[in-house]
Design a protein around this ligand. Structure first.
Ligand SMILES: [Zn+2]
Length: 113
């Protein structure tokens, strides 16, 4: 499956969020700690395997919960912590996240097609 721009952007977003979380909670500055890197790898793998491919909806509004419950919990923790901070550190990425995250109607349409 070709890696499309949307998936690339989601990878960038999730990595940026995990970085914020890790630096604030685990004191890492230039890279992720082992546990956070594991989470990053896991979420990237989920994106690679996403069954929607190029038509992928935003993960947060996706009807298929492909994360293992434990990993989903960790990602949720990271996102709820780093999400609001993204606006300051990564304005563009944060904007995209918000824009794509709340287009619920379009997501439903894309899935039912
Ligand atoms: Zn960490």
């Amino acid at each position: 499956m070709n890696e499309n721009r949307r998936i690339k952007r989601e990878k960038k977003t999730i990595k940026a969020m995990i970085s914020i979380y890790c630096s604030h909670h685990h004191g890492m500055t230039d890279k992720l700690c082992l546990a956070c890197d594991e989470l990053r790898q896991y979420s990237w793998k989920r994106l690679d395997k996403c069954l929607y491919g190029p038509d992928k909806p935003q993960c947060s509004s996706c009807p298929v919960h492909c994360y293992k419950p434990a990993m989903q919990q960790r990602v949720k923790t990271v996102m709820s912590y780093a999400g609001p901070k993204m606006v300051f550190r990564h304005p563009v990425l944060a904007m995209l996240h918000l824009v794509y995250g709340f287009k619920k109607d379009e997501t439903v349409k894309a899935v039912s097609q």
